[in-house]
Design a binder for this molecule. Sequence first.
Ligand code: ZN
Length: 156
Amino acid sequence: MNPRVISFHYTLTSPSGETLDSSEGKEPLTYLEGAEQIIPGLENQMGKLKAGDKKKILVSAADGYGLREEKYVLKVPRKQFQVEEVKVGDEYYSSEDEHAIPFKVIALSESEVTLDANHPLAGMDLTFDVEVTEIREATDQELQHGHAHGAHGHDH
Ligand code: ZN
């Protein structure tokens, strides 16, 4: 079967019921099947739905943003930081990429800064309330590019 392009609204909640992200009031999220545009645990379940379906999808941490890994926690000498003041909770990006995962300051001593580069949602079981708004066949151009071009298609 050819990959399809699926558009859906979603609300993402944490195990404690906190809303982490939502497409409410925005355009639905649109992805190309098999292109790893959304997390695997969500894509597996989304593929079984029809346009108009609403469903609560539970995604374990392992099928979501992965488990927290201690190897992504690093200690850096305080003097390597060019900035005057460092606070717990500050975030630093190692590149200009908007999808880059920030290094978050999680602990401080006089000589060392402890940074955590785990994804903020790593280790978290996630609940997605989804509503499928549209399912269509992928265009040749989308298949070539390896990503969806939005619910109504657009140039870029
Ligand atoms: Zn494209």
